[in-house]
Design a protein around this ligand. Structure first.
Ligand code: PNS
Length: 171
């Protein structure tokens, strides 16, 4: 199969990234060992309300991967498959933690496939140490004064402290 037929080895890694966690970073690094280019796409999930705006989320991700040429960051507020069509990419990258992720991911992958036949979703297992983390549980703990250091990149940790300036000696 030619590069043209597969859309090249570009993967779009879409998500809310509100904020990006070490689990996401792990998937991006794993993806960058497989694909020539990984575009981290801050996309819109109508089922979520966001703590960080799109620019903040993109900026945090850009800072983390500023030295990685093969990792780009972009945002999109429409259908994911429209972004893929416009970018010429044909692969969606998603991370999978435990069984609880499966139903949601399966539903999205099949819905995206129904929209267009030329797109495939590839799943990578996140590192075992990140299985229990999610942006939501990290925000919940941070908002209540718990410690999330080590679960998110340091720039994200600092931003969470700014968003939730609760005096708490565990942080
Ligand atoms: O990190 P999330 O919130 O689980 O990511 C979900 C996301 C943003 C990838 C999904 O909601 C999405 O693809 N949004 C773009 C709009 C779209 O195409 N929706 C249909 C998905 S089948």
């Amino acid at each position: 199969m030619t590069q043209e037929k597969t859309g090249g080895k570009i993967a779009i890694y879409p998500g809310s990234f509100d904020p990006i966690t070490n689990g996401h970073v792990d998937i991006i690094k794993r993806g960058s060992r497989i694909f020539d280019k990984v575009i981290v796409l801050v996309a819109y999930n109508p089922r979520k309300s966001y703590l960080f705006n799109v620019e903040e989320r993109c900026q945090l991700i850009r800072e983390i991967f500023k030295d990685c040429e093969c990792i780009q960051v972009d945002s999109h507020d429409g259908l994911l498959i429209d972004y893929l069509h416009n970018s010429g990419a044909r692969t969606i990258l998603r991370g999978m933690r435990a069984l609880s992720d499966f139903e949601y991911e399966f539903q999205m992958a099949l819905m995206n496939r129904r929209q267009t036949k030329n797109v495939e979703t590839v799943f990578l297992m996140s590192g075992f140490r990140w299985f229990f983390t999610s942006s939501n549980i990290i925000k919940e703990v941070a908002s209540l004064g718990g410690t999330v250091r080590g679960l998110v990149p340091e720039n994200v940790h600092q931003k969470l402290l700014e968003k939730y300036p609760i005096k708490n000696n565990r942080r």
